[in-house]
Write a protein that binds this ligand. Sequence first.
Ligand SMILES: [Fe+2]
Length: 259
Amino acid sequence: MSDSELSTSPSSVASILNVSNFFSKKETTRFAGSDDESSKKSDSFVTPIDLREFIRLLPDTIRKAQKADQGSNLADEESLTVFEGERNTSDVASGVQEDHIAALFRRLDVTRSEWERFEFFDPTRNYTRNLISTDGDTYTLILLCWNAGKESPIHDHPCDGCWMRILEGSVRECRYVQDKDEDKLVCIHDELYREGDMAYIKDSMGYHKVGNPTKDVPAVTMHLYSPPFQCCKIWLDPAHASQPSNSRMCYYSNNGRMI
Ligand SMILES: [Fe+2]
């Protein structure tokens, strides 16, 4: 990949969202790896929220998830019971139905009228990174606009994870793990996601690249990172796993305005 989509222009982390439109449709959503039937069952009982409410609830939800993680780790180490009512991550992986952050993301009933003001496509890039909002502490929420037939480099996620939702079009994810004997990255998972689908990844699951597999249809995805991070590793050649490059997390626009 010649153009460095992950390091384009300086970013401003503070963002204030001002969205006046509320949800008007219900999307069917699922997280990759979750049980579809349990997701459908649960979805029918949750209250949809719009983008503004989603962002408002994010910090507390993330802190709650972090507290549950800490409780779980403590329980693992000292054979104690985790905090009552919290997630036990020893047997519940992030991104599945029981994950607090995934559950909140699943409630988001976002319409095009809400996210289109963050939508910027730079035709010279494989994809365009647009910052929707961040508190600089618990989360960063971005809108990625994918040009047809283009993809990201393979990259890691130096955080607790990345939750992704497809808002328009379709994207293909290839997930890799490192073969240390051969010093290469090997694709272990290849999946196509369509509008409304959700996915999750963290480094313990592997690294991935994401792309728009179509010839002429753009795609738009929303990504939630927690906590925010400034740099990640990218691999331009999967045949050299031990030789990643560093890439800064920069943005083309911030809160609906080009930087
Ligand atoms: Fe990613």
